[in-house]
Design a protein around this ligand. Structure first.
Ligand SMILES: Nc1ncnc2c1ncn2[C@@H]1O[C@H](COP(=O)(O)OP(=O)(O)OP(=O)(O)O)[C@@H](O)[C@H]1O
Length: 247
């Protein structure tokens, strides 16, 4: 397992438990979807996998070791695991040129060859080279999500954690971003952990699916089985309630 949650429990300082005894893992090069109703704890679980929060109980492991806590020790992990968030409008700083936005993780991790890496990342997501000198407002929603994906892959991570990466996009743009993520997975062997309400996106991108209900795993397994013949009543309700892309 490259990334694993082992019996993870979590509560925010001021609140009730959000995650309870959550266990799942993802093998290198594979992809896992986290699905569940609003407030099920999906984003919180991503934060724990990213090391932004520490579990109240249980452990998060990267390559079989608990996530590092000290800043210096965390550097290799930071390079290996990158993120893409839902909203390409608010997750990109409007005052910064695209080259600076995409180069941000490279700077944070002390890469010296930033310009060629930014150019390679923009090329990999299908943006023209001159995108580097432009600003986020000059791009469409789908292009902005490409910028966010370029930022995530610039340091050539092994794992991508994506929180609703296509839910702010219109249907045809959504399909193109799903195709891009699938291509990056195939060409780079990226491991993907994706939170999504969009079962079409889940079905096309994720090998495995984990279903969360109020912080507990109610079902997990191959996406084909979980979505195709769900065993749990909650999963069946979830599938019935979620709008689908026309196939
Ligand atoms: N920073 C925070 N402080 C306190 N409580 C929080 C915080 N972030 C989330 N929560 C609570 O934790 C619970 C789980 O939230 P989380 O965002 O993980 O759910 P989710 O499954 O990602 O939901 P959604 O699909 O709506 O994004 C919710 O009850 C939420 O109100």
């Amino acid at each position: 397992m490259i990334l694993e949650a082992r019996s993870v429990g979590f509560r925010y300082a001021d609140g009730a438990p959000v995650l309870d005894d959550v266990s799942f893992g993802v093998t290198a090069g594979r992809s896992v979807a986290l699905v569940g109703e609003s407030a099920a704890g999906k984003t919180t679980l991503l934060r724990l996998l990213l090391g932004l929060r520490r579990p109240t109980s249980g452990t998060v492991l990267f390559s079989g070791r608990p996530l590092p806590t000290r800043h210096r020790a965390a550097q290799p992990f930071r390079r290996q695991v990158q993120t893409v968030f839902q909203d390409p409008y608010s997750s990109l700083d409007p005052r910064q040129q695209v080259s600076r936005i995409v180069g941000e993780p490279l700077r944070a991790l002390g890469f010296t060859d930033q310009a060629p890496r930014v150019a390679a990342a923009l090329d990999a997501v299908g943006l023209p080279a001159d995108a580097a000198e432009r600003y986020p407002h000059e791009f469409s929603g789908g292009q902005r999500q490409r910028i966010a994906i370029a930022r995530a892959i610039a340091v050539e991570p092994t794992v991508l954690l994506a929180d609703e990466p296509v839910s702010a996009l219109d249907v045809s743009t959504k399909v193109r971003i799903i195709d891009l993520l699938a291509e990056l997975r195939a060409t780079r062997g990226l491991t993907l952990v994706m939170v999504s309400h969009d079962l079409a996106a889940v079905a096309s991108l994720c090998d495995e699916t984990v279903v969360l209900e109020r912080g507990r795993v109610v079902e997990q397994g191959p996406t084909r089985e979980v979505l195709g013949s769900p065993r749990d009543a909650y999963t069946r309700r979830l599938i019935a309630s979620i709008p689908r892309l026309p196939s």
